[in-house]
Design a protein around this ligand. Sequence first.
Ligand code: 5GP
Ligand code: ZN
Length: 137
Amino acid sequence: MADFDPDCIFCKIVAGELPGTIIDEDERTIAFMDINPATRGHALVIPRKHARDLLEIEPEELQAVAVAAQRLGARALDRLGADGVNLINSCGTAAWQTVFHFHVHVIPRYEGDPLRLPWVPGPGDPDEIATAAAALR
Ligand code: 5GP
Ligand code: ZN
């Protein structure tokens, strides 16, 4: 996989070919504001090196993104007065991924904000849980 994909909008932000409101950078990652924020301060952390998704990103790059996301999550609490933070990654269209350059959403959370869990928690079928667990082991 080439480090730069000419058809990728996030690669273009890394290269400075498209504008991005960059808030954090290190050797392997950059972070910038999401143009459609879920809450105040919603940012995206990406590897500089193109990788399509969670399955394709190299472990060292994933680690660097995770560390940068931790840094930004802490900053959201410290600088924006957030009460919590969600880190979200979507892998594949079925999981809502729309931009195919790996990214982690850093979403500051505020007491009483309008975001809701995207599933309804409820007890699962024990046999089904056990079968899935066996397949995953
Ligand atoms: P996904 O749906 O793949 O998990 O997340 C993609 C995110 O990228 C979305 O939240 C969307 O708002 C954001 N996004 C899409 N295009 C651009 C862009 O050109 N600039 C920025 N800053 N964010 C973008
Ligand atoms: Zn890319």
